[in-house]
Design a protein around this ligand. Structure first.
Ligand SMILES: C[S@@+](CC[C@H](N)C(=O)[O-])C[C@H]1O[C@@H](n2cnc3c(N)ncnc32)[C@H](O)[C@@H]1O
Length: 429
């Protein structure tokens, strides 16, 4: 199929997967994450193109939505994400315990023990006192101190699960406005601070979230245990470590049965800034690491201005025209967009390398308006995929209904009302 010559299909993923009761069922409820898939999207793709026993990959797996759905269908899953929180979330959502009651009681024991733990842990977070009032700081210090030091030698899976529960309450007791994803002390919060009305009770909230997440986790583990009796095996979920969507290092050629993913958008979202509080409390970040992550992210805005003077050229006529127009009004932003497409090209080429012949690749993306110029991201990615060797099977869209998108877009970015689903196939068999 040639770019521009297709009839777009209305996917309406929610209707296509009526068996999914809501977007937060089972372990999807655990922890928030910017720009999550609704589970219906990977579920639809995997029902169409997956088979039990297959191994699928999500190279931008974020909170692991696709991997959870894969396992629920008896499919093994690999995930990649440069965000260090992703691995913890995946373990919390898909990890299994032999004895569910013991797992629950160990988690609840941790909640109780944290109450009495010394509040001596201090995260590396700059301006800690600005972000948290003394009671919240003290209670978080007890919780994270206890979990990270693990004096009771709780099993790794318990500590990991509890760290995820603890991480989920950080923003709830923070002075930053919970309605704005990027940490920011808004006017509204300043009023609440004056009135002494900012939530401080980290230990209390930990208990609530632990019970809520445990309930989901136990249901998930029971569901998988019942299904695996029918399947005769337990599907696995694993993060591939020390790699990146642009290299897929550590993944063999032609080893993957299908890929389903949603990469970041063309106008970079600062994923790490929106969850930096959590990452610091979890001791997963220091200033240098944050800088590196913000450079490595697909859609990075960290480009030296000296590299942005020349007119950007990618090699796709319509994209180059759009880049030229953006460059006239904003040189740096034009190069940010160019870099996005270069990174996405590297990632698409790697996806081609690791897929088996005849395998399918589902890519969910949104278009953008940058400096009032429309960037048809989905069409350009389609052309890149076809140049790489993929054939286009289906192009369609899904209307965005109340999805929690990443931090409020830069003023120069347009709102995305539909997301595009591109289905490609690698030639062969
Ligand atoms: C749209 S989110 C994916 C959300 C995911 N589908 C979910 O349901 O949670 C895009 C993800 O790409 C990740 N990412 C950005 N650049 C990356 C890179 N170079 N390699 C791997 N992951 C990257 C971000 O950390 C983010 O988690």
């Amino acid at each position: 199929m040639k770019t521009d010559q297709y009839t777009a299909k209305d996917f309406s993923f929610r209707k296509a997967c009526p068996e999914i009761p809501n977007t937060t069922y089972l372990t999807h409820k655990i922890h928030s994450y910017p720009a999550k898939f609704i589970p219906h999207i990977p579920r639809w793709f995997l029902k169409e193109y997956g088979r039990s026993g297959d191994t699928i990959l999500d190279p931008f797996c974020g909170s692991g939505t696709a991997l959870v759905e894969a396992n629920l269908l008896g499919i093994n899953a690999l995930g990649i994400d440069i965000n260090p929180l992703a691995q913890m979330l995946l373990k919390a959502k898909t990890g299994l315990a032999d004895n569910h009651d013991k797992f629950s009681s160990q988690c609840l024991h941790a909640v109780e023990q944290a109450h009495n733990y010394p509040a001596s842990y201090v995260p590396d977070l700059p301006n800690l006192d600005t972000w948290f009032l003394p009671q919240a700081r003290q209670e978080l210090a007890k919780i994270f101190g206890y979990l990270l030091e693990n004096p009771d030698q709780l099993p790794d899976r318990v500590v990991n699960f509890m760290l995820v529960c603890a991480s989920s309450i950080v923003r709830k007791v923070c002075n930053a406005d919970p309605q704005i994803s990027k940490p920011f002390i808004s006017k509204r919060m300043r009023v609440l601070l004056k009135e002494n009305a900012v939530e401080q009770r980290a230990l209390h909230l930990l208990k609530i979230n632990t019970n809520l997440f445990l309930d989901r986790k136990i249901k998930y583990m029971r569901t998988i245990a019942n299904l695996s009796e029918i399947w005769g095996y337990l599907p696995t979920s694993e993060m591939v470590m020390n790699t990146d969507a642009r290299t897929l290092r550590n993944i063999d050629n032609q080893s993957i049965d299908s890929i389903i993913t949603s990469p970041p958008y063309a106008n970079a979202q600062e994923y790490f800034r929106s969850i930096k509080m959590e990452l610091y409390w979890l001791n997963l970040l220091d200033g240098d690491r944050l800088k590196q992550l913000n450079k490595d992210i697909v859609g990075t805005e960290r480009l030296p201005i000296s590299e942005c003077r020349d007119t950007p050229k990618f090699g796709i006529d319509k994209l180059d025209l759009a880049l030229e127009k953006v460059h006239l009004v904003d040189q740096k932003r034009a190069h940010i967009v160019l870099r996005y497409f270069q990174d996405m090209q590297a990632s698409i080429q790697q996806c081609y390398r690791v897929l088996k012949p005849g395998a399918y690749f589902g890519l969910l993306v949104g278009d953008n308006v940058i400096r009032k110029i429309k960037i048809n991201t989905h069409l350009f990615l389609q052309e890149i995929a076809e140049d790489t060797g993929f054939s286009t099977e289906i192009i369609g869209y899904d209307r965005i209904v109340a999805r929690r998108l990443t931090p409020k877009r830069n003023v120069s970015a347009g709102l995305i009302e539909v997301e595009w689903m591109l289905i490609f196939r690698k030639p062969g068999l």
